[in-house]
Design a protein. Structure first.
Length: 220
């Protein structure tokens, strides 16, 4: 049986650990609030930009610069899978991984059998998982999280757009968790290319008279 001195040492150790974890919790909470505020503030801007893009693409007739909206038979598929670089985040990564596997095995089984489904992974957890199972990962962009800025992400986006134009892929999809709140993330599969014109049900299509500089064709 432990004597009184050993018990006091253990109590002191527990108190010290509690103080450390409490400080870590405060730092994490502050970082979470900062990230959450940034997401909520940018959403109105992102939503309006999306509406303008949809109007822009929809207003261009076939052959006038809307190659990004052209539907093709989905023979070659690229899945852009977005996970985290670190763990200890519940089902955040596992949900994305499970959905990706389900898409490969069910939604695109014919393409997968022909070797025409590829993965581009953002996030170390997803990359490690898929590489360990010898799945067709063509690129790992986990370093984007080190400096997540528009300037660093733009080259990747432009490369994906070029691959679509060159017909290396007929469809490019994003698989990721969409932030709702600190406890809930919505598993999302979104078509990146071709661009889909989204028209709300029971609503007339309206084309605002935007003035584009440079021209619409150049912007697209």
């Amino acid at each position: 049986m432990a004597n009184l001195k050993e018990i006091r040492i253990r109590i002191a150790s527990v108190i010290s650990t509690r103080q450390i974890t409490s400080a870590m919790k405060m730092v994490s909470a502050a970082k979470l609030r900062k990230a959450q505020d940034a997401i909520l503030q940018i959403r109105p801007y992102a939503g309006k930009l999306h509406d303008i893009l949809m109007s822009l693409v929809d207003s261009l007739a076939a052959g006038e610069g809307n190659e990004y909206a052209q539907e093709r038979d989905p023979d070659r598929i690229l899945l852009v899978v977005i996970t985290s670089n670190k763990g200890l985040c519940g089902a955040f990564n596992s949900n994305v991984i499970k959905k990706t596997l389900q898409m490969i095995e069910e939604d695109f089984s014919a393409q997968s059998a022909g070797g025409n489904v590829h993965l581009l992974v953002i996030g170390k957890k997803g990359y490690d998982f898929f590489k360990s199972r010898s799945l067709p990962v063509i690129d790992n962009q986990s370093q984007l999280y080190d400096h997540l800025t528009f300037e660093n992400v733009s080259p990747l986006v432009e490369d994906l757009m070029d691959k679509f134009l060159r017909k290396e892929y007929d469809r490019i999809l994003l698989v990721y968790n969409q932030f709702k709140n600190a406890a809930v993330q919505l598993l999302t599969v979104e078509t990146f290319l071709p661009v889909k014109i989204e028209v709300p049900k029971d609503q007339e299509v309206i084309h605002p008279d935007y003035i584009f500089e440079p021209t619409k064709e150049v912007m697209v």
